[in-house]
Design a protein around this ligand. Structure first.
Ligand SMILES: [Zn+2]
Length: 190
């Protein structure tokens, strides 16, 4: 345990927070659009039926619930998830609370003096409201394309949002993804 912690270069006093959400089929089904397959978990071997063990089969889109986007998601020929550095999502992160109820904009980010190499997690009104609904929330707070370009230019390491997509459902979906994933497909150093 100690050596594993040391490998990730964590001080032992650091508090760890697991940010993963439970999978629920409504959010899963609409994760990247209404055409996404539904989350299915099926017991295919069952000790209750006299079998020697229990085994389940799982079927879902990789865009289900808590997930990471690989550059390939929006960039043809982009890097796949297995090529992404694990350090991007393990280590200290800064939570920035966003007041804007529509989208994350550069004007609101400026005063936070975002530095190269930072892991930034945005806390918006989504955290309080969007996850409670059974249906997919179309009006979630998203990263505007201007803010996505602003973040990419600051060469941050990681950006995390508190709902199912970095780009908006009706606006800035493609532009925001391309700005952030274009950054991710370049150097992995920052
Ligand atoms: Zn996405």
């Amino acid at each position: 345990m100690t050596s594993r912690r040391r490998a990730f270069n964590h001080p032992l006093t650091l508090t760890h927070a697991d940010l993963a959400r439970h999978l629920r089929s409504a959010s899963a089904r609409h994760a990247s659009g209404p055409g996404d397959p539904e989350l299915r978990v099926k017991r295919i071997r069952d000790m209750a039926n006299g079998e020697i063990c229990n085994v389940s089969a799982l079927s879902m889109s990789v865009h289900t619930g808590t997930h990471m986007d690989a550059p390939l998601h929006f960039l043809a020929g982009g890097r796949t998830m297995d090529k992404m550095p694990l350090e991007a999502i393990i280590g200290p992160a800064r939570v920035i609370e966003i007041k804007d109820r529509e989208s994350i904009k550069p004007e609101e980010l400026q005063r936070h003096k975002i530095q190269p190499g930072e892991r930034i997690l945005f806390k918006t009104r989504n955290s309080r409201t969007a996850w409670k609904a059974d249906a997919f929330e179309e009006n979630f707070v998203y990263i505007s394309q201007q803010a996505a370009r602003y973040l990419a230019a600051r060469r941050i390491r990681t950006v995390g949002v508190d709902y199912l997509s970095v780009g908006g459902f009706k606006r800035d979906m493609v532009e925001t993804h391309r700005a952030l994933l274009g950054r991710a497909s370049g150097s992995s150093k920052a």
